[in-house]
Design a protein around this ligand. Structure first.
Ligand code: NAG
Ligand code: NAG
Ligand code: NAG
Length: 890
C-alpha cells in the first residue's frame, strides 16, 4: 500500500509478556521473592535492537531474552512491530539452548502447516496489520519453569527518501524494566552522511545526556541508546518503564553529486536525487468527494488542508477544484493560474464547500482529466509544465458508473499515460485496493488518510511530496550488453526531496567501464546526468564495505524487484499475473523474504514435520517506489583542431592565428577582485566577463603575485540567460529560474539555442546554437597547497556566429587581423628570442615564448608557441587594458 512512500522504518517492540495458566511444571522452585524486572514470573533480561544500514538498505535484528522465574510453565509472547514495507527474513526461537530455526515457505504450504499447528493447540506466530505504517509480529511459546527463551527476529527494508531524508522510526514499548536494553544503529553511506539525528517521544533530559549517543563522520553514522535499569523507571521509586513511544532516527547523505552508483559482486544500485534545479510548474486538478459521508470533521479537515495547500501554490501553477457528489460541480470552467487574485477567490470557494448527496467518482475524475487534457491541447498552460490529478474520496462509487473495473478503464483511456493520478482514500470505509490499483496503473500512487485529528496534516504532507517536481519523464539508461534484471528505470517525475533507485545484475565478468545516463525534462531545459565507473576500481573501493554487509546490493536488488513485481501483479491478469507471481515467489524463497506470497515456518529441530510457529505477511503488501541512482561519466571534450582564443593561467591570453600557423600571447596583471571584459557582442547579445583572484599569499607585490580567473560570467541577453561559473559550482539563470550544478556532476543541459555540458571535475562546454562554443576548464590544485587556489581557464573554440562588432580582450580578435614579425634576434633570455612585430599599426618588441593549452588535460596541457606582447598587451589590444575593467560580472 501507499506506505512505501513513507521512508519510515518503523518498528515497535512490545515485550508484552502475556501469561496464561499452564500446567505446573514438575520442577517447582518453591516460593521466593522475585527480583526486579520480573512481571508475573517472567523476567525479560535483555532486549537488543540492532540496525545496520548500508546504502539505504536496512538489516534489523531484534533479540529478546527472557527466563521463567515462576514455579510453573508460563506462556511467553514476543511482539515486534515492523514497517509494512519491510520483509521479515529470519526468525529463530531458542529454548534452553535448543534452537528452532525459521524457514521461508510458499504460503499455501505454510498455511496448511499453520492450520495443523493451530488445530493441535499449538501457538502460532502471525503478522497482522497494526496502525498506519506497522505490522505486528507475534509469537507465543510455552516456557517451563526455570527455563529461558531467546527470540530473534530479522527484517530488511530499503529506506526511501522522503522530504529530504531517510527516517527510521522505532516504536519502543518494553512494558517492564529490562536489565540490558539497547538500540544500536550503524549506518554506512558511501556518499557520506550529511545529517543524523535521533530522538524519542519518551526521552527525558537525563536519558538524553547519558543514555543516548549519536555521531557521524564521513561515511559512518552511529546511534546508541542504552538506558540503565534506573533510567528506565518512570519515577525514582517506580517499577514501571518510561520507555514507551517512538524512537526516530533521521539522516541524509551528501548531495554534492546528483547520483551515486555502486557495484558489488555482480550487482549494481544507482541512486539519483539531483539538487538545485528549478521547480517544474504544475497543473493540478483537485477532484474532491463532497458526498454526504464526508460531512462533519472529514470535510472540515479536507477544507483546512486545501486552504494550506493554496498557500503553497506557486504563481506559475494552474489549478481547479472539481467537486463530486451525485453530480459534479467545478470552481472554474477551466484550469486557472494561481495568481494572488485567483488564490484569494479559491480560498473563499473552499471555505464555502458543503457536503451533499452520493458518490460519483467516475464523473468527477473524468471531468478533472478532461480539463487537464484541454488546457494542454489549447496551450493554456506552459509548454514545460506537468499535470497531476489528486483525487480524494472516503467511500465507494454508488451512483453513475459504479463498477470499479469500468471506472478504471474509463480513467485509463482518458489519461493515456500522460500524467499521474494520485488517489487519497479517507478512512477505511472504501475499496482501497481499487484506488491503489487505479493510481498505480496511471503512474501515481494511493495513500490512505487515517481518520484522526491529524488528517489535515496527512493531506498536506502528501501534497508536499508531489508539490515540487524537478524533472519529468526521467529515464535511467545503462550499457545494454552489460545488464540483466533491471528494476524499474523510468519515472514520470522526480520530486524534490525524494530519490530514484534502480538496481540490476551485471552480466558475468563485465569488467569494462560502466556508464549510466539519467535523462529528464526540467522546468527550463532537458538534462542528462552521466556517470561512469571503472569496474575494477569500484570492486576494490567497495571491499572496505564488505565487512559491514557483504551482499547488501544483491539483497537490495532482490527486495526492489520483489516489491515491484508485487505491485505490477496488482493490475495483472491471467498468465501474466501467474508469471509475476511465480517470479516474485522464486525470489522470495531464494532470498528468504516473508512477502505476501510466503510465510515463515518455525520447525522443531528434532521433528521436521512438527512446525510450531508461523510468520505470515498480510495481503496488503509493500509497494514499490521510485528510487534512483546514477553515476558520473567522464566524457572528455575533444577540442576541434584549430582552436583560436583562450585565457588560462596567470591570466595568459592566447590568440591563435591559423592563417599564420602562429599565435600571440599577453598577460593582464590586475588586482584580485577586478572584473575584465573578455567578450562583448551587441548583435548576438553574448558577453563573457571574468573575475581575477589572487593566490593564497595575498601579496600586494604584483611581480611575484600569481593571479587567475576565479569566476566567469557568461550571459546571453537575447535569451535572458546568465551562467556564473566558479571553481565550486555552476549556476544557470533563465530569467528568475535558477539551476545549480557542482563540478562533481557530469550533466548535459539542453534547451532551445543552448547546450551546457559539465564534465565532472574537468571542464564545461557551453554552446549557443551551432556556431558559438566556449569551454571552461577547471584547474584543481591540492586543497592544502600553500600558494595556489583552484582556478578557471576560458577557451573560445567556435566564434563563427559572433558579429563583426564583437569586442573585449578576446572578442576583438575574432575578426581576421594581420601581423608581421621581423628582426628576430637574441633577447635577454637566450632561449627566448625577441623580435619586432607590426600589428594594428603598432611596432612592438615581442618575445618568443610558450603557453599551455589545457583543454584536453587540465594537468599536463599541450605546449603552444606564441609571440609574447609585453606590458599587458599594450599595442596589440585596442586601447589600454584598464579600458576592459567592468564593475561586475554581469
Ligand atoms: C537465521 O538466524 C539464525 C540465528 O541467528 C542463524 O543461525 C541462521 O543462519 C539465520 N538464517 C538465515 C537464512 O539467515
Ligand atoms: C539460559 O539458558 C542457557 C542454556 O540453558 C544457560 O546457559 C543460561 O545461563 C541461561 N540464562 C539465564 C539468565 O538463565
Ligand atoms: C512468463 O515468463 C517467461 C519467462 O520468465 C517469459 O518467457 C514469458 O514470456 C512470460 N509470459 C508472460 C505472459 O508474461
Amino acid at each position: 500500500m501507499a506506505s512505501a512512500w513513507w521512508p519510515y522504518l518503523t518498528l515497535a517492540l512490545l515485550s508484552g509478556l502475556a501469561v496464561s495458566g499452564f500446567p505446573r511444571s514438575p520442577f517447582q522452585l518453591g516460593k521466593r521473592s522475585l527480583p526486579e524486572g520480573v512481571t508475573d514470573g517472567i523476567e525479560v533480561y535483555s532486549t537488543q535492537i540492532s540496525c545496520k544500514v548500508t546504502s539505504r538498505f536496512a538489516h534489523n535484528v531484534v533479540t529478546t531474552r527472557a527466563v521463567n522465574r515462576a514455579d510453573m510453565a508460563k506462556e511467553v509472547s514476543f511482539d515486534v512491530e515492523l514497517p509494512k514495507t519491510a520483509f521479515i527474513t529470519n526468525f529463530t526461537l531458542t529454548i534452553d539452548g535448543i534452537t528452532y530455526p525459521g524457514s521461508v515457505k510458499e504460503k499455501e504450504v505454510a498455511k496448511q502447516q499453520y492450520e495443523k499447528a493451530v488445530s493441535q493447540g499449538k501457538t502460532a506466530g502471525l503478522v497482522k496489520a497494526s496502525g498506519r505504517k506497522l505490522e505486528k509480529f507475534t509469537v507465543s511459546v510455552n516456557v517451563a519453569a526455570g527455563s529461558n527463551v531467546t527470540f530473534e527476529l530479522s527484517y530488511e527494508e530499503l529506506l526511501k527518501r522522503h522530504k529530504g531524508k531517510y527516517e527510521m522510526y522505532l516504536k519502543v514499548q518494553p512494558k517492564q524494566l529490562v536489565k540490558h536494553f539497547e538500540i544500536e544503529v550503524d549506518i554506512f553511506e558511501p556518499q557520506g552522511i550529511s545529517l543524523l539525528d535521533a530522538e524519542a517521544t519518551f526521552i527525558t533530559n537525563d536519558l538524553l545526556e547519558s543514555a543516548l549517543t549519536k555521531s557521524f563522520s564521513g561515511k559512518k553514522g552511529h546511534v546508541s541508546f542504552k538506558p540503565s535499569l534506573d533510567q528506565q523507571r518512570s519515577c525514582p521509586a517506580c517499577t514501571d518503564s518510561l520507555l514507551n513511544g517512538d524512537f526516530t532516527i533521521t539522516y541524509d547523505v551528501n548531495r554534492e553529486s546528483p547520483a551515486n552508483l555502486q557495484i558489488v559482486n555482480g550487482y549494481f544500485v544507482h541512486f539519483f536525487a539531483p539538487q538545485g534545479l528549478p521547480v517544474v510548474p504544475k497543473n493540478v486538478a483537485f477532484v474532491i468527494d463532497i458526498s454526504g459521508s464526508m460531512s462533519g470533521r472529514k470535510l472540515d479537515q479536507t477544507k483546512d488542508a486545501l486552504l494550506k495547500i493554496l498557500e503553497d501554490m506557486k504563481e506559475e501553477d494552474y489549478l481547479n477544484f472539481i467537486l463530486f457528489s451525485g453530480d459534479v460541480t467545478t470552481w472554474k470552467e477551466d484550469l486557472v493560474q494561481a495568481t494572488p487574485e485567483n488564490l484569494q477567490e479559491a480560498r473563499t470557494f473552499v471555505k464555502n464547500i458543503d457536503d451533499r448527496g452520493l458518490t460519483n467518482i467516475n464523473d468527477g475524475l473524468l471531468r478533472g482529466i478532461s480539463m487537464l487534457n484541454k488546457a494542454r491541447e489549447e496551450h493554456r498552460v506552459p509548454e514545460r509544465s506537468t499535470s497531476i490529478v489528486i483525487m480524494l474520496t472516503d467511500g465507494d462509487a454508488n451512483v453513475g458508473v459504479s463498477n470499479p473495473e469500468k471506472i478504471q478503464e474509463n480513467v485509463r483511456n482518458a489519461i493515456r499515460g500522460k500524467f499521474p493520478l494520485y488517489n487519497l482514500g479517507f478512512g477505511h470505509n472504501l475499496n482501497y485496493n481499487f484506488l491503489e490499483s487505479m493510481a498505480l496503473e496511471n503512474h501515481g500512487f494511493a495513500r490512505r488518510i487515517y481518520e484522526d485529528s491529524d488528517a489535515n496534516l496527512q493531506l498536506q504532507g502528501f501534497y508536499e511530496e508531489v508539490a515540487n517536481p524537478l524533472l519529468m519523464n526521467v529515464e535511467l539508461e545503462y550499457p545494454e550488453n552489460a545488464i540483466l534484471d533491471l528494476t524499474q528505470n523510468s519515472y514520470q517525475h522526480f520530486y524534490d526531496g525524494s530519490e530514484i533507485v534502480v538496481a540490476g545484475r551485471l552480466v558475468d565478468e563485465y569488467k569494462d567501464i560502466f556508464k549510466a545516463d539519467v535523462k529528464g525534462h526540467g522546468a527550463i531545459n532537458d538534462l542528462t546526468f552521466s556517470e561512469e565507473v571503472d569496474m575494477k576500481e569500484m570492486e576494490k573501493a567497495l571491499q572496505e564495505r564488505e565487512y559491514i554487509f557483504g551482499d547488501y546490493i544483491e539483497r537490495l536488488w532482490a527486495y526492489l524487484t520483489i516489491e515491484q513485481l508485487l505491485e505490477k501483479r496488482k493490475n495483472a491478469h491471467g498468465e501474466e499475473k501467474e508469471n509475476l507471481t511465480a517470479q516474485a515467489l522464486d525470489l522470495s524463497l531464494k532470498y528468504h523474504f516473508v512477502t505476501p506470497l510466503t510465510s515463515m515456518v518455525v520447525t522443531k529441530p528434532e521433528d521436521n514435520e512438527d512446525r510450531q510457529d508461523i510468520a505470515d505477511k498480510p495481503g496488503e503488501g509493500p509497494r514499490g517506489t521510485s528510487v534512483v541512482p546514477s553515476m558520473a561519466l567522464m566524457t572528455g571534450y575533444q577540442p576541434p583542431q584549430n582552436a583560436y582564443f583562450y585565457v588560462d593561467g596567470d591570466p595568459h591570453f592566447i590568440i591563435q592565428v591559423p592563417e599564420k600557423d602562429d599565435a600571440l600571447c599577453f598577460n593582464i596583471d590586475e588586482d584580485p577582485g577586478t572584473v575584465l571584459r573578455l567578450i562583448q557582442d551587441p548583435v548576438t547579445g553574448i558577453t563573457v566577463n571574468g573575475q581575477i583572484i589572487g593566490d593564497k599569499r595575498d601579496s600586494p607585490d604584483s611581480k611575484t603575485r600569481k593571479t587567475y580567473f576565479g569566476k566567469l560570467g557568461i550571459a546571453n541577453a537575447q535569451m535572458d540567460l546568465q551562467i556564473e561559473v566558479t571553481t565550486e559550482k555552476i549556476t544557470l539563470w533563465n530569467g528568475a529560474a535558477q539551476s545549480t550544478f557542482r563540478w562533481l556532476d557530469t550533466v548535459t543541459v539542453t534547451q532551445d539555442g543552448l547546450s551546457v555540458m559539465i564534465n565532472r571535475k574537468k571542464n564545461m562546454v557551453v554552446s549557443f546554437g551551432d556556431e558559438v562554443t566556449f569551454v571552461v576548464v577547471l584547474h584543481q590544485v591540492w586543497k592544502k597547497h600553500p600558494i595556489h587556489h583552484d582556478f578557471l581557464g576560458f577557451y573560445v573554440v567556435d566564434s563563427h556566429r559572433m558579429s563583426a562588432q564583437t569586442h573585449g580582450l578576446l572578442g576583438q580578435f575574432f575578426h581576421p587581423f594581420d601581423f608581421e614579425v621581423s628582426n628576430i634576434h637574441p633577447g635577454s633570455d637566450p632561449t627566448k628570442p625577441d623580435a619586432t612585430m607590426v600589428v594594428k599599426n603598432h611596432r612592438l618588441t615581442v618575445t618568443r615564448g610558450s603557453q599551455k593549452d589545457y583543454r584536453k588535460d587540465a594537468r599536463v596541457g599541450t605546449k603552444v608557441i606564441c609571440w609574447f606582447v609585453h606590458n599587458n598587451g599594450e599595442g596589440l589590444i585596442d586601447g589600454v587594458h584598464s579600458d576592459y575593467i567592468v564593475p561586475n560580472l554581469f
